[in-house]
Design a protein around this ligand. Sequence first.
Ligand SMILES: NC(=O)c1ccc[n+]([C@@H]2O[C@H](COP(=O)([O-])OP(=O)(O)OC[C@H]3O[C@@H](n4cnc5c(N)ncnc54)[C@H](OP(=O)(O)O)[C@@H]3O)[C@@H](O)[C@H]2O)c1
Length: 246
Amino acid sequence: MTDQHVMLITGGSGSIGAAVAREAASHGWSVIVQGRSADKIAALVAELQTSTEAAGIICDMWDTNAATSIMAEAAAKFGHIDAVVDCISTGRGKITGYFPDTDPADFTGFYDLSAAWFQRLAHAAYPHLKVRGGTLIAFASDAGIFASRRQTIIGAARAAVMGFVRNLAVEAARDHIRVHCISPSYVKGSDSAVKMGSERMAKAEKRAGLGLPSAEDIAPLTVFLCGPGAAKITGQVISVNGGLNA
Ligand SMILES: NC(=O)c1ccc[n+]([C@@H]2O[C@H](COP(=O)([O-])OP(=O)(O)OC[C@H]3O[C@@H](n4cnc5c(N)ncnc54)[C@H](OP(=O)(O)O)[C@@H]3O)[C@@H](O)[C@H]2O)c1
């Protein structure tokens, strides 16, 4: 049992998840990070433990009852949970590109990954967050807000997350649970940026008046939304895109 506030970050070993974990640690949170790779999680936990209480969970989101088992393991680590931030990102199938070129066989899997996974996590997290009044944060992407070509499936799945967050926020407020969605677009230095290629990133960088954000630019907002300064804010979908879209 700890006196400190406790944040669970699923996908905590990823680009954005690790930046959020470091930012939370620097603000005095106890931190639990989940990922699939035991080595990555062990290295991050060792780093975080130099400044705060930290623990790791190894679990695959496709394992049976992954959401409930992650939440049960997390709650047992430090005795309570005050914030759950979902940063999992994983394989997608053929869901980008012009719509006729996408593969319907992959549609359901992508909805499950984007929307139904977060709904399962939210369902498992709810009783834990209700105990002390906590915060739940989904990561989606600007494809759910701003229409563009070759994003039909991603856009729809991300919009589903945003709709869920806004509706849940209204309902969960009575239990003092706050719910938000953070929506990145292009994130400098992330694995996705590497996959997108330098030419596409350079074009986006030119269009973003403030410059494209890095994971470290997104982390402070995430930690703020989980903290006392945001106690009366809920149901928000916030883009962090350097002015690319508004
Ligand atoms: N980076 C961007 O440019 C960008 C843009 C728009 C939206 N976003 C969104 O922002 C969020 C975070 O993205 P990111 O760039 O930080 O992702 P990332 O660097 O690819 O990290 C992915 C995380 O998810 C974990 N993970 C992957 N597959 C998993 C599985 N099957 N079960 C459990 N955990 C699994 C990874 O763990 P292991 O490393 O152990 O596999 C890792 O911790 C995602 O929702 C993403 O869609 C990112």
